[in-house]
Design a protein. Sequence first.
Length: 365
Amino acid sequence: MWGMASRVIGFAAVLAVSASVPDTSADSLSFAQMPISDAPTAQNGPQSGFGAFSGQLRARAAAEGVSDRTLDQVIPDLTFLPRVVELDRAQPGGAPGTAIPRFAPYRARHVDIARIERGRSRYLALRPLLERVEAETGVPEEIMMAIYGHETNYGSFTGNFDLLNSLATLAYEGRRRELFTAEFIATLKMMDRGYPRSKLKGSWAGATGYPQFLPSMYLRVARDGDGDGRADIWASEPDALASIANYFVNAGWRRGVPWGVPVTLPETIDTSRFAARTVSPRCERVFSRHSQWRTVAEWRALGVLPQRTSLRETELVTLFQPDGPNTPAWLLTGNYRVILDYNCSNFYALSVGLLADAVATGVPD
């Protein structure tokens, strides 16, 4: 849950399945046939329009293969949730020009002793499973545990919003209609696979289970980790951890490469000389804070000294010093960007890496 507020804008927005809409003449369509984008919204119409919108969702879901049985169970009982709209509209936009807060306070909240100790305890208890999954996927045990810890505090809180009501509400609200319509339909497909609605609970924004996957992501990457034939990310730690690892494999995690290492900088270095020269096609504000890519050997020649020896001298890395001069800095590999794929926030990704290191060693970095 910790990363959920920005997940909708980052990971969900990038990875959600986008459904197609028939190319027909708008003036000849019934309401149920209208493109989703043309329906009334909570922003420009009364809440009473939600019932008609539910009928449109049913038509769209049926066209995408959802069974009548599931639709008959869900659509008549869909409920508009004003609280979900309130929470969505309260999210910060992160607009260009707004000040970026310091990382240190965020780190203190999310890589704290209690989370490290609990993670270490679960890590040791789950070692046989974690070792097996790492051997199969190349994703480090501690990275799996850090995502688990960051998202739901090791399963202690996964959210109690009804996914279908939340996602239908967000689709009706209209700000990101296609995204949430697709996630609503993905949730219906999960019911078609045999998961009861009572299990499909999560955050107000639709993330669910120990890994806080959106429904479309569950359909893409969820895995059975305990051999019972189901990917139960709500109750099975083996399934959840295997699914997290599979997500990272699909996102391009490179076996044997750390996410990054802390470094010591020379007092005279001017990091602005190494500012990135390219513009990222996504999460521009996140990636613009990273330096140019250089090899570890090239950084070392400039006096940037890794505090660990886990990086090859030929590895391409970027320099990141989130709180400015005379504060901690790191060299980041391509695998750091895989963590960003999970949630496109430097604070999130860096705290996941630091929590992973602390869980593995039992010592805060």
